[in-house]
Ligand binder design. Sequence first.
Ligand code: F6P
Length: 548
Amino acid sequence: MSAAIEDVFKALAADRTARADEKVADLFARDPLRFSAFSAAFEDMLLDFSKVSLTGETLGLLVELARAAGVEARRAAMFAGEHINLTEDRAVLHTALRDRSATPFVVDGQDVRADVASVLAGMATFAEGIRSGALKGWTGKPITDVVNIGIGGSDLGPVMATLALAPYHDGPRAHYVSNVDGAHLYDTVKDLDPASTLFIVASKTFTTQETMANAASARAWIVEALGEAAVANHFVAVSTALDKVDAFGIAPDRVFGFWDWVGGRYSVWSAIGLPVMIAVGPAHFGHFLDGGHAMDEHFRTAPLERNLPVLLGLIGIWHRDVCGYATRAVIPYDQHLARLPAYLQQLDMESNGKRVTCEGTPVARDTGPVVWGEPGTNGQHAFFQLIHQGTSPIPVEFLIAAKGHGEESEPGLKRQHAMLIANCLAQSEALMRGRTLEEAKAQLLAAGRDEASAATIAPHRVFPGSRPSVTIAYERLDPYTLGRIVALYEHRVFVEGAIWGINSFDQWGVELGKELASTLLPAVESGVAPDTVSTSAAGLLHHLVSRS
Ligand code: F6P
């Protein structure tokens, strides 16, 4: 890490120490314009970070950090198609998937825009065929159910987006099978009719054990019900490994390709989004891409001080490396974003869960935090106790729409949306303000407690306050806004990774477990543990095998 970066980190640490006892509530009291100074907007999307313990000077240092770390140059390199994924020698061009300009953009000798347009056109034709009933199952029945078989990036994005866009879902029912646990496939297909079910086998590599196992079982289910000849009508594939798809028996005209410059966790914009397109239609899927592209343009061109992904990334660095917070919670006050936290877990933790820099040297400070969350208001009745009064502060990211779906026609829904907003605002306000011992005691006395019991109970009713949160507010969760939200988080991950100097685009950390699983499968099947495993693994294996 360069001396300039170290210097800024030292200045940030000094700033934190100097303001250790400062309350965020006092920052608000001192500056009536704090909200406008510490919030930034892109179109109707507002990022409020005024409840984070930053001053103008801290923010200046964080922006200086981004400059010292070369975030802008690295951003330019990504958009230009340079091989910034060094360990895999690949470009990182998920941004090209949503840039639908017709001007050729040649990377590594390939016009990526033309390739993207051609796959998107193929997807749209196919999706419309399924949606209209023109493309039928083997027996002539229209397709009523689409089952996507994939895992990780070939599952989480489409699952998240399908739920997020539920109000736009007018195509066949969408189902997702990911786990190698056969219960997932079994439970999914048990009430489906093979004659009206389409399987999408989604795997970038077409080697992933879970996906291949589920695909083989799904194939057997179709063959048993409809015969071998039906496979062609009931399977399509999404992959970069066209040769392997061919070997599986899916015809080339039923394969939707993508490219090695699309990382799995960045692939929902590619043909991996096919189940979403079938569910909501090509036009809505196009608006999702447009939203992603709009956020790309904002990220590429807005000044760092007003740039939403940059600000979110810098706040992440402040919390992780200066304040030392090990986790962050994402709490969408939006039931349709219920799977966003799970999606962000892969996006963030697979990207920035790294311990060495791009040069292979140990990284100088803590990298990616644990990302977790659940929708509000449910989380309030589960883990918010710890966020308010636990011993380790947890930064929270709230997401909230101004308008819910269907509230124009349903007054009841409008009122419930007002309750949702009130709860979201109340939580961030409570986290920031807290409640002092004196306030707690006064409240108890006012409620009729005697002095002694008020003094005993009051400490339990103290909230430390100054617990950080940001709020991302937008008009409505439509396809365009979903695209902006997902791209916002992608670029935030990028900014943090660039500051840490790590490669956010590989995932070697998943390999060791995969290798050992392949070694252990024959052992589980034979009941004989190899000498190479620990006595713990051998003991567990014998315990399980003897009871199987
Ligand atoms: O778990 C590792 C991983 O490679 C992810 O990065 C990826 O999204 C997932 O497995 C699925 O990979 P594939 O699309 O190749 O089946």
